[in-house]
Design a protein around this ligand. Sequence first.
Ligand SMILES: *Cc1c(COP(=O)(O)O)cnc(C)c1O
Length: 357
Amino acid sequence: MTRPIRASIDLSALCHNHAVVRRHAGSSHIWSVVKANAYGHGVGRVARALASETDGFALVELDAAVALRKSGITQPILMLEGFYDADELSLFVEFGLTAVVHCVEQVMMLVEASLPVRLPVYLKLDTGMHRLGLSTTELQDTLKALRKSSTVSDITLMTHFADADEPRGIADQMQALSTMTDGLDLPLCLANSAALLRFPDTRQAWVRPGIMLYGASPFPQMKSAADLGLRPVMTLQSELIAVRDLAVGDRIGYGGAFVAHQPMRIGVVACGYGDGYPRHAPTGTSILVAGKRTRTVGRVSMDKIFVDLSTIPEAAIGTVVTLWGEGLSADDVATAAGTVSYELFCALANRVPVTEV
Ligand SMILES: *Cc1c(COP(=O)(O)O)cnc(C)c1O
């Protein structure tokens, strides 16, 4: 027997979610965002599953981009942080990658390079997030330099929203963008999942959805993934490996973080933070045992968590436990743990075997 934890990746759900993206995107082209190993779902399998559906793939890791090309992906590939060093530009040429250019240093590397072909460029503008992107004062000179450079072909303008999922929204950044791009006739790429779903104006030449492809909500406090018509792609399951009865006053787990105030039955699940389950998930976090919703109790340890079996008398060693996915949104677990589904997916540990369904 192997340890019972496993993740399954539902590729038909992924394609369904892509169709939801397509419906919202209208005539915009879609960069499917597959950074961080496709948010933990496996960049190779996600790209393969979406290859006949999507218009391009966006990520940050050069090795993963090269691997996608070698595996036969022919769509455009967008490198969201561009290149980190002028030496990498030859790989952008060899593998046909599109670079985001977000700072003057990258502009200089690009225009000073000698390349056998011209590269398409996504020029990233800082419209208020103050993370990556050129300022208003840098934009005009940069455009001049790129336009007369022999290493640059098509230029697309992009920006990223800081509050597309927040009450604040995008109005200030859209205003800044319109000021910065006044008089420029270049294609735009603006929307992440939250903007695509909430602000149809952000659908421009291209959109950049990530999280919604994986079936989680970009704004779980406003709308659940199910409300958005999305299906979970990753389901993380394990089994009970012990069941025990507690007497009043019994403490469980590290620090005795949970104490039984009445006689109760608990189960021990073979899953912990070493598998990617969030250590900060408190007592009361939702979990499914034999398909029924119950709660975790006590502190999450590296390999194990505890579940309350009071309402599930049939539970025994070997009973299936769902940590998140089909039947229990990762958003619920993430919210309980004070984080976001993105982090749960990305944290899926290497030791968890993955199957495709
Ligand atoms: C990660 C990322 C996205 C996708 O964001 P989601 O919230 O997952 O839709 C889009 N654009 C950029 C620049 C990103 O880094």
